[in-house]
Design a protein around this ligand. Structure first.
Ligand code: SF4
Length: 431
């Protein structure tokens, strides 16, 4: 029987109102190894099927997006780069006129686009190209058939998942207002995961349910005092806070990863909707048992193995929680680029004591700790994976955790399998 009261209680307003046991954090500042927020376009353009992402940037930005997305494109891409040339960068040409012309041409060619995101980059920010003004100008010309929004994907002080947060945050001011009761799931999930979640919420009698982002960017969910926000991804803190500022309330929960986290996530909504425990049990128990069986298949290969997570995706804390609590892995270090306590409060409550929970990065020192600890698996960014593999470490790319459907009961086994594969690959190499 699932005891709903044993799961984290709902928060009112913000998660920081509840007293917490202090978590010791090693804060590091130094050289970092991260991708910029432009990377988020790779999964956001697939999720929002009527949106186009136009990066206003340099050839470097174009190459980043092309190489990150190149292996994953299976349909006509809905992203591109308006490349700032030397004359733009030197302030010799009017980049605004050029940008307007490119956008209008693009939208004439692509009538399927209902939302155009202008995405700022380091170069567009260096020359102070005002994309908010550009969006305003274009909206005056193009609304209501196309809405133009803007956000910044730039920066090496951020991490790549913050690109999604910035994109969703840019949508919050244009969400319609109403105070009707609704559940708003915040954070990109795969379409198949959304369908599964909707089936569970329907079974529980929880609704209406909206997703941000949804399959169509133009279908904007309303927000107001009756909105209950349930975060599906831990890296959308700014978006969640913007929704709270519009009257919504956050339901505190761990993330729907693994059988345990998924049950707790649904339980947070079930408590808010006063769903009887018997109903909750009837709907979730078979699904949770199937998820546990899927996890058990992989557990013998992960149990007792050690894990070191470098800071990259901001999914490190929930992933560490699943692998430690449900797969028996030993946590050596859990690194996160940025510890947003409001977004991970319930996760921190569940995280078994790791020798180090680190925030930020001093790459050399962290690599020293990693080499000394010799973990069985290291979760890290793409740039570190090859050098570490060459040193004999089994690695898992953290970006895969964003590209692969891993949320919910039906994906629990796939999540575990992601961590079995590097061990098997290394075992094969060792033969
Ligand atoms: S870090 Fe800046 S210049 Fe480099 S790809 Fe990202 S936005 Fe472009």
């Amino acid at each position: 029987m699932t005891d709903l009261s044993a799961l984290p209680p709902p928060a009112s307003g913000t998660c920081t109102e509840r007293p917490r046991s202090p978590v010791a954090v090693l804060r590091e500042r130094g050289q970092r190894e991260v991708f910029c927020g432009l990377t988020g376009i790779v999964w956001l353009h697939r999720r929002m099927q009527d949106a186009f992402f136009l990066v206003v940037g340099s050839r470097t930005c174009a190459h980043l997006i092309q190489s990150a997305a190149g292996v994953m494109i299976f349909a006509e891409p809905r992203f591109g780069t308006a490349i700032l040339g030397d004359r733009d960068l030197a302030g010799l040409a009017d980049a605004n006129d050029e940008l307007d012309r490119i956008c209008v041409e693009l939208l004439e060619r692509r009538p399927d686009i209902a939302t155009l995101f202008l995405v700022g980059s380091c170069p567009s920010e260096v020359i102070k190209l005002d994309l908010a003004k550009a969006a305003e100008r274009l909206n005056a010309r193009l609304m209501p058939s196309v809405r133009v929004l803007n956000y910044s994907g730039s920066g090496i002080e951020t991490t790549f998942t913050q690109g999604e947060d910035a994109a969703l945050r840019s949508m919050v001011p244009v969400l319609p207002s109403d105070d009707d009761r609704r559940l708003l799931v915040v954070g990109s999930v795969a379409d198949v995961v959304e369908d599964q979640m909707r089936r569970v919420f329907d079974g529980l009698g929880i609704g209406p349910v909206a997703f941000l982002p949804g399959r169509r960017a133009a279908d904007l969910p309303a927000v107001g005092a009756g909105t209950r926000v349930l975060a599906a991804q831990p890296f959308n803190g700014e978006t969640v806070r913007a929704l709270l500022a519009r009257g919504a309330r956050m339901l505190e929960a761990p993330y729907p990863l693994g059988a345990e986290g998924t049950t707790a996530w649904y339980a947070a909504a079930a408590r808010e909707w006063d769903i009887p425990e018997a109903t909750f049990e009837a709907v979730t128990r078979p699904l949770a048992e199937r998820a546990r069986r899927a996890l058990e298949r992989y557990r013998p290969r992960l149990d007792g193995r050690s894990l070191f997570l470098m800071p990259d995706s901001q999914l490190e804390i929930p992933i560490a929680r699943v692998l430690a609590r449900e797969m028996g892995m030993r946590l050596l270090e859990v690194g996160t680029p940025y510890l947003d306590r409001q977004m991970v409060a319930a996760e921190l409550d569940l995280l078994p004591g790791a020798p180090v929970l680190s925030e930020g990065q001093h790459l050399e020192r962290q690599l020293d700790r990693l080499r000394a600890a010799r973990p069985d698996i290291t979760v890290c960014g793409l740039g570190l994976a090859n050098p570490l593999e060459a040193e004999g470490h089994a690695t898992k790319w953290s970006i895969e955790l964003v590209f692969t459907p891993i949320h919910g009961y039906d994906q629990a086994g796939d999540l575990a399998e992601l961590f079995v594969r590097p061990l098997e690959r290394r075992a094969r190499l060792a033969v």
